[in-house]
Ligand binder design. Structure first.
Ligand SMILES: Cc1cc2nc3c(=O)[nH]c(=O)nc-3n(C[C@H](O)[C@H](O)[C@H](O)COP(=O)(O)O)c2cc1C
Length: 189
């Protein structure tokens, strides 16, 4: 059975490596598509992503408000890398770009969702971020964090931490969550 994995990338260094996630997911029979925040477009190579997924990278509404097509169905959602900015916005329910609107709706539909933050220690200790993580966990969003061996990095060390980004842990978590969904709770149609 082919399942559909929606990937959202935010504007941080590891976005350039999202092809690793696509390749791993494809190997495990997931169909994938990538949505980027507007700022993330500067971090990715859309052509390589489109070659691997077979779908254009989405970052804006397809057409004018009121005429856009309904969201594609998804069996799982991975938001990676998730910036400080977007984690805070997602938790608050802010939907001021296409990627955040997609996320808000998929979480609302209880699509299994995994978030992999890529933030430094200075940002990670801020109260708004801590509240955002707790609030998303309350909504049954899976946040990859300390218990997965994924820690915020010291400020200025993002480039070297990028190669350790836990794409595999994210995919495993999403697969487990999707496997655990009751058959009646599909998101088709
Ligand atoms: C080169 C560069 C690297 C950045 N790295 C990070 C990062 O690792 N984590 C983060 O939260 N923000 C990072 N930022 C800041 C975000 O890109 C910025 O907050 C942006 O508004 C996030 O937009 P988005 O959440 O809509 O993707 C970086 C910005 C630049 C220009």
């Amino acid at each position: 059975m082919t399942r559909y994995l929606q990937i959202v990338v935010c504007a941080a260094g590891p976005a350039a490596d999202v092809t690793q996630l696509i390749a791993a997911a494809t190997k495990q029979s997931w169909t994938t598509a990538v949505t980027a925040t507007p700022s993330a477009l500067d971090f990715i190579g859309p052509e390589a992503i489109e070659r691997l997924t077979g779908h254009p990278v989405r970052s804006t509404y397809r057409s004018s408000p009121g005429t856009r097509r309904s969201l594609p169905t998804a069996d799982a959602l991975i938001i990676a890398p998730a910036t400080y900015n977007s984690v805070n916005k997602i938790a608050l329910g802010i939907a001021d770009n296409y990627a955040l609107t997609t996320i808000a709706e998929l979480i609302g539909r209880q699509v299994p969702t995994v978030v992999v933050p890529f933030v430094n220690t200075a940002l990670a200790t801020r109260a708004p971020f801590q509240r955002a993580v707790a609030s998303l966990r309350d909504e049954r969003v899976r946040i990859i964090g300390t218990e997965d061996g994924w820690e915020p990095h010291p400020p200025g060390s993002g480039n070297s931490r990028q190669r350790d980004f836990p794409w595999t842990a994210a995919l495993e978590a999403a697969t487990r969550l999707a496997d655990d969904m009751p058959a009646s709770n599909t998101h088709r149609g």
